[in-house]
Design a binder for this molecule. Structure first.
Ligand SMILES: [Zn+2]
Ligand SMILES: [Zn+2]
Length: 449
């Protein structure tokens, strides 16, 4: 009976999946990617730490490589969770005016909205600043612990897919800006005290941003599930869809589509589409709904300040005018840009992209893609005004002396922000690069086979 070969003593029984050797060094096959924003099929080059692979056609960053990605994400996520724990354990802000005052905790920014009959706005605040970031961090820790033990923990693939969907909805950084704006708004009216939780929350915001930046999705999926070879006959340097291929929006793997242009990722099970089904119609519908909500968002008061029994409601524009009268020009500019110019500009930019994408010249595609990226990036910052309302409602409660109540515009405006974010996600930027004559972009120049 032959004896089994012994492992050399120097090699650990289970080498960690995630170590210094990047995916490029572990496979001799070319690893293909289809750009998410222009559908260009390319082969990933070998990447060193700190390097990124950009799409040669539109410049979109496909992969960013970090040194020790698992250890880095794990350390940052743990630190962020500790900071969040501290931010929830101490007073967030203190307020006092003419001898009346109190302190609030972070969670009261949501709970006070429930008391004032705005449960949906409260839910949005709770989800975007606390629940989703906490779930995201726990998910990152779960994944990276499994990879460092060289044995992925249960449900790792499901979790890795989920993280990609949660990320755009985390808005702790926007909330921090909202807190700063609130403080400047009431600085002249009352004494404000920054609690220990305020500083802890600031640290949490920075660590959360660093964590989401540190997650190397390409490496993560390679470590979790390896990389199946690209479909036969894939040719780089031309669009993927006319070849019957599509890149996975979650893990990046290139997969084969059926005749109708749909499929499923072999690695992460995410649905694949040559182009998002009914992308333009859905975007139009979401934009129309946002445009309708934009009217009550600006006509009705976003909050009502009661001072010595006298109630003064203020709309979004009214709040900007009030800030200018107080002499707070920079804050007025922040609110004007975040609450008026960004939502309006985003509505118009997406509507224009929907109009020109199916029927215009291709030579402006790069400019339009940049415009799309901008609308996608800045959309969430419009939530600043909602967070300002949440903080002021919780903080300014001094009986008859002074109080702030949320107005009906808060819900409407929150709806505008969420609907325009969904519209930007539903719009398929690959449509910008397609030939108006055919539904999908053809190869630019056919190289000899
Ligand atoms: Zn591209
Ligand atoms: Zn996938």
């Amino acid at each position: 009976m032959p004896r089994p070969a012994l492992r050399p003593a120097s090699l650990p029984r289970r080498a960690p999946y995630v170590d210094r050797v990047p995916p490029e060094a572990r496979t001799t096959r070319r690893r293909l990617r289809a750009c998410h924003q222009c559908d260009w099929l390319m082969a990933l080059p070998p990447l060193g730490s700190g390097e990124q692979a950009l799409c040669p056609r539109c410049g979109h960053a496909e992969v960013r490589r970090h040194r020790h990605p698992a250890q880095r994400s794990l350390a940052l996520a743990l630190a962020a969770l500790v900071a969040l724990g501290l931010a929830l354990s101490f007073p967030f802000l203190g307020f006092s005016a003419r001898g009346v005052g109190h302190r609030i905790e972070l969670t009261q920014t949501a709970s006070e909205l429930i008391v004032r009959h705005e449960p949906l706005v409260a839910l949005a605040v709770l989800l975007t600043i606390l629940v989703l970031p906490a779930l995201y961090l726990a998910g990152v820790i779960w994944l990276q612990v499994g990879l460092l033990r060289a044995r992925p923990l249960p449900a790792s693939r499901l979790l890795a897919r989920g993280l990609a969907h949660v990320e755009p909805w985390m808005m702790a950084d926007v909330f921090l800006v909202g807190a700063l704006v609130s403080l400047i708004k009431i600085a002249g009216l009352a004494d404000i005290e920054l609690g220990a939780a305020f500083w802890a929350f600031g640290a949490f915001v920075l660590l959360l941003l660093a964590t989401s930046q540190s997650v190397d999705r390409d490496w993560l999926w390679f470590a979790l599930a390896g990389e199946p070879p690209a479909p036969d006959g894939s040719r780089t340097g031309r669009p993927a869809a006319p070849q019957g291929l599509a890149g996975c929006p979650t893990c990046g793997l290139v997969g084969r589509l059926d005749a109708a242009g749909h499929g499923q990722c072999r690695r992460c099970r995410e649905p694949l589409h040559a182009r998002q089904p009914h992308s333009l119609q859905r975007t139009w519908a979401l934009l129309a709904a946002a445009a309708i909500l934009y009217v009550p968002a600006n006509v009705y008061p976003i909050m009502t300040t009661t001072s010595l029994g006298h109630a003064s409601p203020s709309t979004i524009i009214g709040g900007v005018v009030q800030l200018i009268e107080m002499g707070s020009w920079p804050v007025a500019a922040v609110i004007l840009v975040a609450s008026v110019i960004v939502p309006m500009g985003k509505l118009m930019a997406l509507a224009w992209l929907c109009l020109v994408a199916p029927r215009d010249r291709r030579d402006r595609s790069l400019t339009r893609t940049r415009m799309y990226r901008l609308t996608e990036f800045i959309g969430r910052w419009s939530m600043v005004d909602i967070f300002v309302v949440a903080i002021l409602v919780a903080l300014i409660r001094a009986g008859n002396l002074m109080a702030v109540a949320p107005g009906p515009a808060a819900l409407a405006f929150g709806g505008v922000v969420i609907l325009t974010m969904l519209a930007a996600m539903t719009f398929d930027p690959r449509l910008i690069w397609d030939d108006p004559a055919g539904r999908l972009a053809p190869a630019d120049e056919d190289a000899p086979a």
